[in-house]
Design a protein around this ligand. Sequence first.
Ligand code: PMP
Length: 350
Amino acid sequence: MTVLASDGAAVALGATRSRDPDIVATIGSTPLVALDRLFPPDRFQVYAKCERFNPGGSIKDRAAKSMIEHAIKAGKLVPGVSTVVESSSGNLGIALAQLCNFYRLDLICVVDPRTTAQNTAIMRAYGAKVEVVDRDPATGEYLPARIARVRALLDSVPDAYWPNQYANEYNARAHHHTMREICEALPGGPDYLFLAAGTTGTLRGCAEYIQEQGLATRVVAVDAVGSVIFGPPEPWERAHRRTIPGHGAAVVPPLLRPHLADRVVKVTDLDCVRGCRRLLAQESILAGGSSGAVISALEGAAEWLEPGATCVAVLPDGGDRYLDTIYSDAWVETRFQESPPDPDHERSEP
Ligand code: PMP
């Protein structure tokens, strides 16, 4: 299927026909790499699905492609006419900015002051408008203020469309492909799939594929201490300040189907930093915060994983977007009042 852009040029929809690969067609088919240095395979085998290889740099390229292409096909978005409005502080905003640029759609991305200058600059480079909102005066939280601004824009901007990543089924459906790719590399599927949960699109899409295919793969969802996704936080969690974006949420996502996670593991921000730095020291992979969360959960799983199990860890993005936080010794010292993990100490001989 093709649609006409404002300049009259035909724009092809990715999943509908074969074509010479353009940039959108390169989304997905990310590499699966063995993490044999970090997890010696004599106990259990771990592979990492490296989502930073998507052209926008994260797993959210898949969700953006799926949501935007479906909305175009359904006639909810018209290239050259419509404006996409979404609330995102990072990866989805960048992924949408790329997709909207490609399909000749305008994008207004509503962010808050925690969004890094680099992420905002990337969105703007793709042509997106970025609006920064402050805390909601009633609750002191950013999320209600962001959603209120999205709703106001939907009322005031002609032909505006909100993908609403937390509730959009096509966010989840994108990850049927993620799991299919994993199964193509590991026929029959791995014994365990470790993934980070935010909107829970990755969890739902992968787990639905597992169910549809009748696979025995068990899903371990990695959430943040203090997050409400899988239930109210324990009293001790309330003191934990979440500063690493990606996994965890302050509201229960409408997409969530909690029974799809066989196990939930909650990790702290410090666990994420340690996981990221060990991954870098041992495997030379510069990964984002939620990847560190998944690695930390896998390290904890050594206690209960059966010998010989095969595990896949989904690494949602790269570490380039976290150089001023996770990979900054000064930030780690200020944030956690402790010295950063010593890579030489962490490194074992290959
Ligand atoms: N990690 C990172 C870095 C992300 O950007 C996201 C998306 N918010 C996630 C994990 C969680 O993925 P999902 O929204 O599919 O649950």
